[in-house]
Structures are given as C-alpha cells and as structure tokens.
Design a protein around this ligand. Structure first.
Ligand code: MN
Length: 200
C-alpha cells in the first residue's frame, strides 16, 4: 500500500501566531506531498517495504536496497519528520510541559528555559537545512540536530519533538531570522502530544 499525505490536524491559518497560512499551505501541500510522492516512486517495485510503517522503514534503513536507500532516507525521513511536526503543534499550544515529561525535562536540562536554550542552540547551529530534536534514547532525553531529512529513528532514537529549520518552514514571514522563528514556535507547541509520545 502506498504512503499517503494526511490532512493537517487544524486549518492552515490556525498557527498564525507563529507560522503564517501560506507557509503552512506550501509546506504541507507541496513539500510534504513531494516527500510522500517521491517515497512511493522509490518503493514502486518494493511491496515488502511498502507494507512497513514509515517508522519501521526508517529504523530498518539498512535493509533497504542500496540503490534506493538515499531516496528513502530523504523522502521517507521527510514524510515521518513532517507527520511528527504537524502533530506536535496546535493552535492551543504553548506554555510548558507538566507531569512526567515536565519532570524529565527539568531533571535532564535543569529547567524549561535551559531546555529551550538547548533546542535553540541545536536549531541555530544546524548549518543549512535540517531539524532540531528532543529524542528519547536508551531511556534518556537528549537534544540532537540532524541534517536534511535524516530521521533520529535511523540512529535508534525516538523523536518526541522536532523543529523544522529548513528555510521553507519560515522564510516567508521570518526571512533569514531563524532565531525569531524558533522563539515564536514555542507558542504553538502541543505539549500534550509530546507527552503522549513520551509516555509510549
Ligand atoms: Mn519541512
């Protein structure tokens, strides 16, 4: 079965306090769609790989034939990364995490502001295109950054929160000011969604 592009879980203009409507429309309807289309094209002759979940496909990336592996890394990673990105944002987002996730963030990074600073460092330190992540790895929280559409799943890490720092994610409103985009983005982070990923 082919991979499909789900609808956004909110209207394209729902995140205006951080991300403008046109950016959301192009990002979802063109960029994410292209990752899905190109992933399906790469796997056209691979029914066994098409049958895997996108997460399993990336975790088991070494089993993908070498001739199409980089295409699956780029486009399968792009698909998985954006699925997570839409899910962990919400018009009702913002604030700080509570409960077990909040406690784990505080005990790992000192406090929430310290955590935000580390994410920002990862986001601004990524030269060119990529992502900043909060991941769970061996039962511990970690902040990492990946290039292009590389998924933390390929390193055996479970992504909990991901920030897209490709220019296509912010350029229309923020132009070259990636730091302002990162600062605004906290206002739409859906901590309930991040906490439910953490609970699994
Ligand atoms: Mn993107």
């Amino acid at each position: 079965m082919a991979f499909t592009l789900p609808n956004l879980p909110y209207a394209a203009d729902a995140l205006e306090k951080a991300i403008d409507k046109m950016t959301m429309e192009i990002h979802h309807g063109r960029h994410h769609k292209a990752y899905v289309d190109n992933l399906n094209a790469a796997l056209a002759d691979q029914p066994a790989l098409q049958a895997k979940s996108i997460e399993t496909l990336l975790k088991e990336i070494q089993t993908v034939p070498e001739g199409i592996r980089q295409k699956v890394i780029n486009n399968g990673g792009g698909h998985a990364n954006h699925l997570l990105f839409w899910e962990i944002m919400s018009p009702q987002g913002g604030g700080a995490p509570s409960g077990k996730l909040g406690e784990a963030i505080n005990s790992t990074f000192g406090n929430f502001a310290g955590f935000q600073g580390k994410i920002k460092e990862a986001a601004l330190g990524r030269f060119g295109s990529g992502w900043a992540w909060l991941v769970s790895s061996g039962g511990k929280l970690e902040i990492i950054s990946t290039a292009n559409q590389d998924s933390p799943l390929m390193q055996g890490k479970t992504p909990l929160l991901g920030l897209d720092v490709w220019e296509h994610a912010y350029y229309l409103r923020y132009q070259n000011k990636r730091a302002d985009y990162v600062d605004g983005w906290w206002n739409v982070v859906n901590w309930d969604a991040v906490a439910s990923r953490f609970a699994q």
